[in-house]
Design a protein around this ligand. Structure first.
Ligand code: ATR
Length: 272
């Protein structure tokens, strides 16, 4: 019998995770079922437990439940503990729940796939929400020369920088504090969702600099469109989505899928 996995979210119908995990399963010959499950906004834990009772082995967790998933785990990975959020749940032996967070490693693998190195580089991160909290430890582990977090609400960026000061050189502030040039600028704000551009100055990129948006769509985001006018190379978040999924798949099945064909598949379904 095939084992069951799902993505739990609200909304969740738009999720690409079923497509990605079904492609991984077909490619690796794993017998599994992967569906999108809508959890009520006030019923995340009940939805997860019901899924486990119906034979569920694990789940991905998406907006807005990553913190709730974190809270219900019996055991957390170090990276999930640091992120304060869980995107991958494992229904373990004796009903124990294991939580991990593969978002940050997904970002890093995608940067590597695009030949973007961080060691000794100046990195700017825009935003200070959950997406940034998940990404900071893996980014700092690459030993950038400097990592600056800039956020509309500056105090949130400063607090994040304090929380991660033991991991590496990181500072936080508001957009007025933004100065200098950067080798890599990562947009982790939700501004792209509403077609807005954070207030960024001209001349933000070093020559050969890279702009990365955690969001993706059929068209480049406004941030990536602006970055092109600044002569930066641009990368969207489609690869990060596929890479975080591959890491979750590995945790569940102990098999590492090839991500290149699945990136291509996803890109193709976007443009269809
Ligand atoms: P996520 O979990 O995806 O990180 P979030 O926690 O809601 O989402 O965080 C959204 C981030 O986008 C925040 O850093 C937010 O800034 P504030 O903390 O000041 O709210 C940022 N953001 C949203 N819209 C923005 C905009 N139009 N310009 C700049 N930053 C924006």
């Amino acid at each position: 019998m095939s084992e069951r996995y799902c993505v739990l979210g609200n909304p969740v119908a738009h999720s690409k995770s079923p497509l990605i995990h079904q492609a991984f399963a077909a490619q690796t010959g794993q017998l599994l079922e992967y569906t999108a499950e809508l959890a009520p906004l006030d019923g995340f834990e009940a939805a997860w437990r019901a899924f486990c009772e119906s034979g569920g082995r694990g789940a991905n967790v998406t907006v807005p439940f990553k913190q709730e998933a974190f809270a219900l785990c019996d055991t957390l990975s170090e990276r999930a503990r640091r992120a304060g959020a869980v995107n991958t749940l494992i229904n373990g032996q004796n009903g124990r729940i294991y939580g991990d967070n593969t978002d940050g490693i997904g970002l890093l693998r995608d940067l590597t796939a695009h030949d973007v190195a961080l060691a000794g580089k100046r990195v700017l991160v825009l935003g200070a929400g959950g997406a940034v909290r998940g990404a900071l430890a893996p980014l700092l582990a690459e030993r950038p020369d400097e990592l600056l977090i800039i956020n509309r609400t500056g105090a949130k960026a400063e607090a994040l920088a304090r929380d991660f000061a033991d991991v590496g050189a990181v500072r936080g502030g508001s957009y007025d504090a933004l100065e200098g040039t950067f080798d890599l600028v990562i947009n982790a704000t939700s501004a792209s969702l509403s077609g807005e551009l954070p207030p960024l100055p001209e001349g933000l990129f070093t020559p050969g600099g890279v702009a990365y948006d955690m969001m993706y769509g059929v068209e480049p985001t406004v941030f990536l469109q602006w970055a092109k006018t600044q002569k930066a190379a641009t990368v969207d978040g489609l690869g990060m989505l596929v890479e975080q999924a591959a890491e979750a798949f590995f945790l569940w099945r102990n098999v590492r899928p090839e991500t290149v064909p699945v990136r291509a598949l996803l890109r193709e379904t976007l443009t269809r």
